[in-house]
Each structure stands twice: as C-alpha cells, then as structure tokens.
Design a protein around this ligand. Structure first.
Ligand code: SF4
Ligand SMILES: [Zn+2]
Ligand SMILES: [Zn+2]
Length: 321
C-alpha cells in the first residue's frame, strides 16, 4: 500500500482516519497533531517560558523534542528547560536519569534534577516501611510529592507553563478510573488539556500537548526518531496499577474493534468537565463556604473542603520536614 501523501510505501495504517502513511509522513502527522493541540487549547505562545517535566520515559522526551522544535522557530522565545524528579527508587531511576541527561545534552537543553530526598527528607524507598500504617501506596506518595516538586521547580525557573507528557491512553485511563471510583472531583481536577485555572502565581499552568496521541503511535514515533525508551519498570508499579491495567486492557479490546472509542472517551471527558464544573464548584461553595481553599501550612490551593493540602497532610503524617 502506498502512502496517502507521497509515492513511498506506507509503514502505518491509522485506522481512525483510514490514512496510510510512510515513515516521513507518519512523523509529520504526529508533529502536526501536537502543534494543533497546542494551538487549539492556546497552551503557550512563542514568548512563553515552557518547562518540561521529564520522567525519562518516552512520552516526556517526545514532548520535549517537539516543544524545542516549535520554540526554535522564533528567535525571541525563552530557553526551554527540563526538570526531572528523582524519587530515589533503587534500580529504576538510574536508567531514566541516564537517558534524560544524554538527550538533554544532545538537544542542548538545561536539565534540573530534583531529589525527593533533599526536599522531603526521605526518598520513596526510605518511606516504604512507613506506608503500611497509613494505608497508602508508594504511587500515591510519589505522585503527590512529584507533582508538587515539579510545580515548585517550574515556579523557581520562572515558567509560564509546565508541560507534562500524558498521552491519549493515559488521559482516558485516568478518566475511566475516576468514573469507576465515582470520583467526580478528580475528573474535574484532571482535564485532558491539563489546565486547572488558578489565581495564584505559584501554581504553574500545566499543559498536556500529547493528549490526542495514542501511546502506540508515540512508541513508533520514538522508534523512527531514535528516541530511547526506558526498559526497567518501577518496582512499585504492580500493586497500584491493578485497576488501571484492567481498564487499559478493556479500552484496548474495545479500541481494536472500534478505533474511534479512545477519541470518543476523550471528547466525553472534555464535555463532562465543561458541563459539570461550574455547577459543581458553585454547589461546593454553597455547601462549604467556611474554608477559603488555601492550605494553612504552605498557602497553596487545597480544595474548598480542606484546611491543609494533601501534600502537607502526608508530610505531617509521615513526620517529615
Ligand atoms: S510507579 Fe508509582 S512509585 Fe513508581 S515512579 Fe510511578 S508513581 Fe512513583
Ligand atoms: Zn509519505
Ligand atoms: Zn500545603
């Protein structure tokens, strides 16, 4: 089969649009889609300082590469920088730090590595023995701390936005996971484009430019662009991901039969947020008017029904700095 855009042989069939593409046009269509998402949601403009949260995994590297290429087109764009949070997980982080350092060197991008242990007093490995009593898993702690440290470092670097490498599969898995958990608030807090509005300058706008790209296409893009992929899995991943893995399998079974399903879920995620958020927040304000939504400890946003944010609560319960 020939490519729809040139006379080369096609290497990929994009079922959703029934497009056949060669290697060159596969790469071009992915990059175009990322730019289109950035434009559609007005994620950033050439004059904005963009900081990319690197996990060392394929998604965030693809994201960094594309943002660098985009900002390079404008001579007055601020330098794009990258942040990597080192959780201190033995045997897992070393490989991704290695990859991130190598690619940032190649792409001439400043990389800032933040050690959880230096800020939080203990690494994730060091916290594991304390978790049983709290009935939380490693990922809850790791995710909460990582989000905060990424935000704080991005703020310190003067970022206008923090780009995160969530792809289409990540987004709809999170959406369905929150549906089965009956957790509307989490759905509202995780919009597909990443942006949760805040008046506080310390809370950096988050963006997800890969939100419309399926994971399988990102993997193929990495292969063609020779972007390395980490192979070592996190040792704590299994317990946390049991539900997520089942949801992932479910979506993939449906997606194989009807390729539009993933995009339908993404659209539904957006529509639901649009329709529900105003009423939901209004109701919450009516019911719980006493709290101002600011954490008493760190002064960051914490939701209208809390006195302190989850990050500070964890620190308190774990007796950390
Ligand atoms: S799997 Fe869990 S513990 Fe491991 S890096 Fe991811 S969030 Fe952290
Ligand atoms: Zn082609
Ligand atoms: Zn707090």
């Amino acid at each position: 089969m020939k490519c729809n855009y040139c006379s080369n042989e096609a290497v990929y069939h994009r079922k959703i649009s029934n497009e056949y593409v060669c290697k060159i046009h596969f790469i071009k269509t992915i990059e175009k889609k990322i730019r289109k998402t950035i434009r559609k949601y007005r994620m950033f403009s050439p004059k904005d300082k963009v900081v990319v949260g690197l996990s060392g995994g394929k998604d965030s590297l693809v994201l960094l590469y594309n943002i660098l290429e985009l900002q390079k087109r404008y001579s007055d764009s601020p330098i794009v920088e990258a942040i990597l949070i080192d959780e201190g997980i033995e045997g897992y982080r070393t490989e991704s730090i290695d990859i991130a350092e190598r690619m940032c060197r190649e792409w001439k991008t400043p990389l800032h590595i933040v050690l959880i242990k230096n800020i939080f007093g203990k690494s994730i490995d060091g916290l594991i023995p304390n978790l049983k009593d709290l009935n939380v898993n490693a990922c809850t702690i790791c995710g909460t701390v990582r989000r905060r440290l990424l935000n704080d470092k991005a703020f310190e670097l003067g970022a206008d936005c923090l780009a995160i490498g969530h792809n289409l599969d990540d987004q709809i898995e999170t959406f369905l996971q929150n549906i089965v958990r009956n957790d509307l608030k989490q759905i509202l807090l995780h919009p597909p484009n990443g942006n949760v509005k805040s008046d506080k300058k310390e809370i950096i706008k988050r963006i997800k430019p890969l939100m419309a790209i399926p994971e399988a296409e990102i993997t193929l893009y990495c292969y063609y662009k020779e972007i390395p992929i980490q192979v070592t899995p996190c040792p704590y991943v299994e317990g946390y991901y049991i539900l997520r893995k089942k949801i992932q399998d479910f979506i993939n079974i449906l997606g194989n039969q009807s390729p539009e399903i993933k995009y339908n879920l993404l659209t539904m995620n957006e529509k639901l947020i649009e329709q529900v958020s105003i009423n939901y927040l209004k109701k919450e304000l009516d019911q719980k008017p006493k709290k101002n939504g600011v954490c008493k400890v760190c002064q960051m946003s914490c939701g209208l029904n809390r006195d302190i944010c989850y990050y500070c609560e964890l620190k308190k319960e774990l007796n950390l700095n």
